[in-house]
Design a protein around this ligand. Structure first.
Ligand code: SF4
Length: 313
């Protein structure tokens, strides 16, 4: 019998020791950002390749912090008028809907975020009052953590609350869980997302074509009526290559997902080894531009911690 997604979460590798035993080496050690790797993701790693692009994303920090790398590089707290809500752009707000992720990506810019105080259901009255007053907001983004680590029941509850605010028309979900544990796309979730009156946009977070399993491709077919996009982070030794990025774009397209953003790394302490110079990033992007059609080209952006995303090219 297939595992449920909750069982997959419970069975994830959650310590350096478990990872070292699973992969048969000693490269994992306990670090500031705890290790968490679902077996579905681990199974996609080539154990014989020490430079496997999926393995490199989950290995804890090996290098010292270098100048310019900060605990909180994107200044989320400064744009949080109400706990649980981040408002950087006039027409949309982001809700920190979960403090949990299905996987711990070692380059994550929110690895030091104070999730404890940002619970949206605990702070809902304040969030609702803020949204009611700010009528220019027409889109709510569920982020985290990862909103798909919440139960379907809780997601449904949050959606009903958002639907009750008449000027909110669009719901966006940012998720990496769906690709690292494809069974998370349950029948109940599909129904919730297909019946809501909100226009639904799902933005997956996939960095490499190797992350995309047949099960993921099969399961997302039921979401094809929604807008499906992807964002990646440009990571040294993981996907810093035009061919790798082109392969990802084509694989996404086969899966009915359009590439949306290619983020330059947020300079969070612990992520130093993933940094690519702007010069190299632009060279890669120019090659990518030549090798794929425009509709498969993600926009290369950097979050400056301020109000706008800067288009780098
Ligand atoms: S899934 Fe997203 S929020 Fe969670 S650790 Fe990875 S990058 Fe960070």
């Amino acid at each position: 019998m297939n595992k449920t997604w909750n069982e997959s979460v419970r069975n994830s590798l959650k310590s350096a020791n478990q990872c070292n035993v699973y992969f048969g080496h000693k490269r994992f050690h306990e670090a500031n950002f705890p290790i968490k790797v679902p077996l579905e993701f681990a199974e996609r790693i080539d154990k014989s390749n020490p430079l496997d692009p999926l393995l490199l994303q989950i290995l804890p920090k090996e290098t010292e912090t270098i100048k310019g790398f900060l605990d909180s590089p994107v200044l989320d707290e400064q744009y949080s008028p109400v706990k649980g809500l981040i408002h950087k752009y006039p027409s949309r707000v982001l809700l920190i809907s979960s403090s949990v992720c299905a996987i711990h990506c070692q380059y994550c810019f929110r690895q030091n975020f104070d999730y404890e105080s940002h619970d949206i259901l605990k702070n809902w009255d304040d969030i609702e009052s803020y949204l009611s007053k700010n009528k220019e907001v027409n889109e709510v983004i569920l982020s985290g953590g990862d909103p798909l680590t919440l139960s379907d029941k809780k997601i449904s509850k949050i959606l009903k609350k958002i639907e009750s605010i008449s000027h909110i028309k669009t719901l966006r979900i940012h998720t990496r869980t769906a690709v690292v544990i494809p069974s998370r796309i349950t029948q109940e979730l599909i129904e919730i997302l297909n019946i809501t009156k909100l226009k639904v946009v799902i933005v997956f977070h996939i960095n490499h074509a190797q992350e995309i399993s047949d099960e993921f491709v099969k399961n997302i077919q039921a979401l094809r009526g929604l807008t499906l996009l992807n964002q990646s982070v440009l990571l040294k030794d993981v996907n810093d290559n035009a061919k790798v990025l082109a392969d990802l774009s084509y694989k996404l397209f086969e899966s009915s997902i359009l590439p949306y953003y290619l983020h330059l790394l947020d300079k969070v302490s612990g992520a130093e080894r993933f940094l690519i110079s702007d010069k190299k990033a632009k060279e890669i992007y120019k090659l990518l531009q030549k090798s794929i059609p425009g509709y498969l080209l993600p926009r290369m952006v950097r979050d400056e911690g301020g109000e706008s995303k800067n288009l780098v090219l």
